[in-house]
Design a protein around this ligand. Structure first.
Ligand code: MN
Length: 416
């Protein structure tokens, strides 16, 4: 977990986003129903967690900035004996104040009476909420409903969304966040090596996947996203998650997976030969993708426009495909490479941030070029999680077998 000082430093930035005479709100979110009386595991709304470090449902963060004075309150669900008995929820106002460093912590029942809109001396002019631009268009989320309700009574308020501004803050990571990413990548490495140590022809994709799951559980980590374990032609389906095909000796299997640690993600793709060795065609095609990835990594440094990196990969892969006679003209690569290469990574696997930005130190993102040959039953993607440094970059997933030599050596070693 990151420290309460980290979250306090984020709140200091949030404070700067608010104009004077404003009130801002963020909601931790509500648990979602799965089936029957079961709930999905709860993950707090990312911007709420980023500012508070509090990870329970139903909580509300309120910041009031009036006449230059600034006050923060965290409203939390009231713990009671039932919640303590059944769910082990045992926090109190005092313990949460201590853990988060937020001066004023109140139970939720005081929320409505604490709203600063009403009253003769009311000076609030602006309402800030935090709504991701992909949220439900029908306004079903808590922040949307709340803003609508407030505006009904106080229609003169100016409403602002902090989401995009917080995204720009989130795209540069602190040392503490980077340490969590590092740990997530390290657990992912162990998980991939566990798969490799057991990979055999005749296995189902899900059996290979299970070795990754075991490593995550054994390291008390979560999945950053559902694992893709796609062998043969399945690797040409971008979001294949059925993972139920029985693998053959000459198949390649594409894994796209990642552990999450302290809510921070890792994201890796590797493509491995099920039988232990690449065929000569597989080798050629694999090296095309690897060269595409390496070219983009070589250009990753402060100042480099992030979006151009994928064009670098694409250009290099097109040249290489021409060399081995797979295509004649560079634009023909379009047939085999149709997704974008890489995304910011953070509290979301596909994290927020400006894709047009020039890279800065401590930004984190992935690069993931791929080629997909339906007709050959071959899909190859190689993806690394990358940290921008002062003068270049560090590949946090570099030690996960990636070159043909590393892969075949690892698979040979386990056979003994
Ligand atoms: Mn990715």
């Amino acid at each position: 977990m990151v420290s309460k000082e980290f979250h306090a430093s984020r709140r200091a930035k949030y404070k700067e986003l608010l104009k004077d005479n404003s009130v801002g709100f963020l909601f931790s979110g509500i648990e979602k129903e799965d089936r029957g009386d079961q709930l999905f595991p709860f993950t707090p709304y990312a911007n709420f967690y980023y500012l508070t470090g509090f990870s329970y449902p139903k909580a509300i963060f309120m910041a009031v900035k009036v006449g230059g004075r600034y006050r923060e309150t965290l409203f939390i669900d009231h713990p009671d004996e039932t919640k303590a008995r059944w769910l082990g929820v045992v926090y109190t106002k005092e313990s949460v104040r201590e853990e988060t460093g937020i001066e004023c912590v109140e139970y939720l029942e005081r929320f409505e009476e604490s709203l600063p809109f009403a009253g003769r001396r009311n000076e609030i002019e602006n309402l800030y909420v935090d709504i991701a631009n992909w949220e439900e268009p029908l306004g079903n989320n808590q922040a949307q409903k709340f803003a609508a309700k407030v505006l009904k009574s106080y229609p003169y308020l100016h409403v602002y969304n902090t989401f995009q501004k917080l995204a720009l803050i989130r795209q540069v990571k602190s040392k503490e966040e980077i340490a969590l990413h590092r740990k997530a990548c390290e657990i992912t490495r162990k998980g991939v090596e566990n798969i490799l140590s057991h990979l055999e022809p005749g296995m189902h994709e899900y059996e290979a996947e299970a070795y990754f799951d075991y490593t995550l559980k054994a390291n008390h980590a979560r999945h950053a996203f559902p694992t893709i374990a796609a062998s043969g032609k399945n690797a040409c389906i971008m979001h294949y998650v059925a993972n139920d095909r029985k693998m053959k000796d000459e198949d390649l299997i594409l894994f796209d997976l990642g552990a999450e640690w302290g809510y921070y993600a890792s994201d890796v793709s590797r493509t491995y030969p099920v039988g232990g060795t690449f065929t000569s065609l597989q080798k050629k095609l694999y090296n095309v993708v690897l060269k595409g990835l390496e070219a983009a990594i070589a250009h990753t440094r402060p100042g480099q426009p992030k979006n151009e990196l994928q064009n670098i990969s694409k250009r290099v892969m097109a040249e290489e495909l021409i060399k081995i006679g797979m295509i004649q003209k560079p634009e023909e690569i379009q047939k085999y490479y149709f997704h974008s290469s890489g995304h910011y990574i953070g509290l979301y696997t596909h994290d927020v941030g400006n894709d047009e930005a020039a890279l800065e130190p401590d930004m984190m993102f992935t690069l993931e070029p791929g080629l997909y040959f339906d007709e050959l039953g071959i899909g190859i993607r190689i993806e690394d999680t990358i940290l921008v440094t002062e003068d270049g970059c560090e590949v946090l997933t570099a030690s996960i077998p990636k070159t043909i030599e590393e892969i075949e050596a690892f698979l040979k070693k386990k056979k003994k």
